[in-house]
Structure formats: C-alpha cells, structure tokens
Design a protein around this ligand. Structure first.
Ligand code: 2HG
Ligand code: ZN
Length: 517
C-alpha cells in the first residue's frame, strides 16, 4: 500500500487504551530526574518536547513509520534510566528505547504517542582492555567510534556493518546485529561477555563481566540480546575483542551463475579456512543503481593476471571475499592460490572468457572501493524508488531461491514490467543471509506488489527451511509473521516472559510479539 508514514504506523496497530497519555505532571517528573547530574560524569540529561527537536526521533531512517512522541528523554546514566522506567511502569506510560535509529524493521520508533528513551547521551569513551581482550561501552557509543578505540589498542571489534557511522552499541546488542563479519566472529550472542540492563520495572541488572566461562545458572543476558528493547534497556556491555589482524586481503569475483557461487564458497573454505572473514554476494540487478559500479582499477605488472573490467553487473554475480590473518605475504599467497584454483576449477563461469577475471585488491584504497560497492547497495537501491525489504536466511545451497521465486511471482504471475520493478538479491552468503529487495522504480505498482509479496515471501521462507529474519530482527514489520519461524509453544513462552518482566507492557509496545499481549 502507498501510505504515509503515519498511516503505515496505524496500519500495523491501534493505540492501546491501557496506556496513559503523558501530561505536564509526567513531564515535570522526567525533567526533575534528568536535571540531576550523573554521579560519575556530572552531566545532566535532557528532555526534548519541541516538535522540531523531536521530529528525527519520531521517524525511521527509511521514512516508513512515524509516531508523535510528546517527549524524547535523553538520560546520561543508568540511574536516570532506572528512575524513568520505574515511573513509566507505575504510571502505565509506553516507552520506546532508541539508539542510532538505523533499524530496518520499525522497531525503534514510536508508533503513536510513546515516549522515546534515547541512549544517545550515554556515550562515555569506551574502555578497551588488551589484557582481558574486551571493551566496555555505554549504550550510546557509536559503533565506528568503538571500532576505532579498539583498533588504536591493536584489537578488533567483532561487528561491522554499513550503518557503523550511526548505529550505537546498545542497539547492536538489543537487536543482535549481524553484519559482514558474522561468519568469522559470530553473533552478539557469541561476543557479549557482560551486560548491564534496566528492566521494564526499573530494576538495574548488573551482569557486567569479562569472563569467558561462567556457568552459574541461567545466563539471563541472552534474554536481552536480540529481544529488541521489549524486555529491558541495555545501558552498558562488555564485548569480546580479537587481535587486530596484521593482514587483510580482499578479492572480487564475478560469476555467471549461482552454482559457481556455491562452488567458489566451498573452495574458499578449503583454501582460506580459518582466515576467511567475509564472503558477500551481490547479483547484477542489485548493482545497477550503484554509481560505484564503475570502480576505477589500476593495472600494474603485479596484478596483471587479475585484470578488472569496469561493469560489475555484466557477469551477473559479484562476490567479495575478505581474509583476516597474521602474515601479509602468507595471506596474499593463500588468496592468490585460491584465485588460481578457482580459475582452474570454475573456468569460464569465473572468467567469462577473459572478460571479467578476479580482482585481487592491491591497496587499502582499492579495498575501500570494493567495500563501497557492497555497502552502497542498500543506500542506492533505497533512493531509486519505493522499496520492499526482506532479510531472510536459508540453508546456503538455497540462498538465491527466494529471489528467483519472487521474480516468477512478480513478473510472470502479476505481470509487472521488469523495467519498472527491480527484484534483487545480495547479502552475507556465508551466513545464508539474503537481502531480497524489491524496488518499485516508477512508484506505481503498490497494488500488484502488495499482493505478490505479502505474505508470500515469508510463507516461502517457512516452506523452504528458512527464517523470516536473519539479522534485522522482527520489530513491528514482521511481528505478524513470527509464527512462521517460531512454534506456538515458543511464542507462548515468549509472551509469558514478556508479561512477567513487563506487567503493563510499557516497553516497546506493538513490536516483536503478537498484538494480544
Ligand atoms: C546489509 O547487509 C544490511 O547491507 C542492509 O543488512 C540490508 O537494507 C538491506 O536490505
Ligand atoms: Zn546485512
């Protein structure tokens, strides 16, 4: 449906009458809490109520969902978060926790008149410990700043993704963000060592720790990682670090069919095994809107064998392979051997008769260009038309089937003109995580696309052993489809947990769980 962001919010839910409306008495209380300087930093919090000031917090970055919050609360410390949530629980005031607001599933914006609790001012410089190989960061620390602080100490932060310049640590933990190094370093579930959370009742749970092994009963931090701010607000976390790799190698391949992408992946496992850190795939259509499609490439004697063409859409599949290792020479040799072996084994599927041979990056600048091609894909697609986004996962041999299926449905069954609607697939192949995007270039096919995609795409995932959410989470967008990826018993237990931990359902309402809770 072609709806305004406010209409789309109303399409997903009706404001629940169990919530109170925030009035002058409530706002005066929040102000008094936020005016108390934090005992550690001495900084006061802030409250925004002017429409112009609250506007950016009311809408997601894709401009799909818009609420109308009466106030944005910006605490500077855990104590203030605790006082706010305790009061909201008592007064039945709905609250949406918000970090960098980079989510894609309508999980971090108000739907109606919920208060916004932004962690933006909880951003003391992260504390990196080389000895314990961990970093401690407040919720509002920007992901990229955290990565840089770790890199300065020679350490690698395990998560990275296109939105690193805005996404905040608390949000990446709450949503169990994935990103491009997931296949190598694992999820936030695998890397969060300790957590401080304020529950929906205002209790502070101090679970901070840098222990690798700690088997003393329930590991409750995992309840908060990936529950998208519906059970508590993450205020601080301790995250596992890795040695900063001495060498990073990047190569780009262009292949003519999916079978050869799969073969290339298995070959990468064979040759690069422990140092493979990313294996990203983009199909030809996903690159057509990208200005970086014509990546300049310097030919030198050394890389002559890996000559580049300029049109990355021509071969059809584009694969970006990265390794992280400890020896520049050894790793370069390893990658070169892998490239040669791929050329021998995949022959024409890989070289296109010499037209698109692999590129082995020769410099940091070139590596950056190759990553720009990948990271720019969602950005350029989003600015090309009205976009439908899916973040789904499949067993890797079925990675691309959802894209082919969607093309069948859109172009053949619903007879939409392919020149007017792009159906593209790209993503994290090593994790079986495909981003299916459908772009209505002329913004005139809402009716056919709604019919073709809802609930067909999610049902196809369920029928083919996939998940409706690989890494972006559920938010409000996929709330009504969770039953396709979780059993009724599991959903009932999730609802029981939510009721027990948040009796008035004030924390991030209308998101993640079926609406009757
Ligand atoms: C990515 O992998 C992100 O680039 C965004 O997860 C994907 O916007 C998307 O569909
Ligand atoms: Zn992704």
């Amino acid at each position: 449906m072609s709806l305004t962001p406010v209409e789309r919010a109303a399409h997903y839910a009706t404001r629940s009458s169990r919530f109170a409306k925030a009035g002058p008495k409530h706002l005066a209380y929040f102000k008094s809490v936020l005016d108390q300087p934090c005992s550690v930093t001495q900084r006061k919090g802030k409250m925004l109520t002017e429409k112009a000031a609250t506007a950016p917090y009311n809408i997601d970055w894709m401009s799909q969902i818009q609420g109308d919050t009466p106030a944005v609360l910006l605490p500077t410390c855990t104590k203030q978060v605790s006082a706010i949530l305790r009061y909201c629980q008592e007064e039945k005031l709905a609250v949406v926790p918000q970090g960098g607001n980079t989510g894609l599933v309508y999980g971090a914006e108000p739907v109606f008149d919920e208060l916004v609790l932004s962690t933006q001012l909880m951003s003391a410089p992260p504390v990196v410990s080389k000895d314990t190989m961990s970093v401690e960061a407040e919720a509002g620390v920007i992901l990229q700043q955290c990565q840089e602080a770790c890199a300065k100490a020679g350490m690698l932060f395990p998560l990275t993704m296109g939105s690193k310049g805005s996404a905040m640590i608390g949000g990446t933990v709450s949503t169990n963000a994935g990103g491009i190094h997931f296949a190598r370093y694992g999820s936030m579930h695998a890397n969060v060592l300790g957590l401080e959370v304020v529950t929906a009742k205002g209790d502070v749970l101090n679970m901070m720790s840098t222990l690798r092994k700690d088997n003393a009963g329930y590991d409750l931090k995992h309840l908060f990682i990936g529950s998208e701010g519906t059970l508590g607000v993450v205020t601080r976390s301790a995250i596992r670090l890795y040695q900063q790799p001495r060498s990073k190698q990047t190569a780009m391949f262009r292949l003519s069919n999916f079978e050869s992408v799969l073969a290339l992946y298995h070959l990468a496992q064979e040759h690069l095994a422990e140092c493979l850190s990313a294996f990203e795939v983009m199909d030809g259509e996903s690159l057509t809107t990208s200005p970086a499609n014509q990546v300049p490439y310097k030919r030198t004697d050394k890389n002559d064998a890996f000559r580049a063409g300029s049109d990355f859409t021509a071969a059809y599949f584009c694969v970006l392979v990265e390794t992280n290792g400890s020896s520049e020479t050894h790793d370069f040799e390893k990658l070169s051997e892998f490239v040669e072996s791929a050329q021998t084994r995949l022959g024409d599927q890989l070289s296109g008769g010499g037209a698109y041979e692999p590129i082995l990056s020769q410099s940091a600048a070139q590596t950056a260009q190759l990553w720009e091609l990948r990271e720019g894909v969602p950005v350029h697609l989003a600015s090309s038309g009205r976009i439908y986004k899916y973040d789904v996962s499949f067993p890797i041999d079925k990675f691309y089937c959802i894209v082919e299926h969607t093309r069948e449905i859109v172009y053949k069954k619903h007879k939409v003109n392919p020149a007017e609607v792009l159906v593209v697939g790209y993503g994290h192949f090593g994790d079986g995580n495909v981003h299916l995007n459908v772009i209505d270039l002329t913004r005139s096919h809402a009716a056919e696309l709604d019919a073709a995609l809802y609930p067909g795409v999610y049902e196809f995932c369920a029928a083919h052993g996939g998940s409706i959410s690989a890494e972006h989470g559920v938010g409000m967008q996929k709330r009504d489809y969770v039953h396709l990826s979780r059993t009724p018993e599991t959903i009932r237990l999730m609802q029981d947990v939510k009721r027990m931990m948040d009796p008035n359902g004030i924390l991030n309402p209308y998101k993640v769980l079926p609406l009757d809770t």
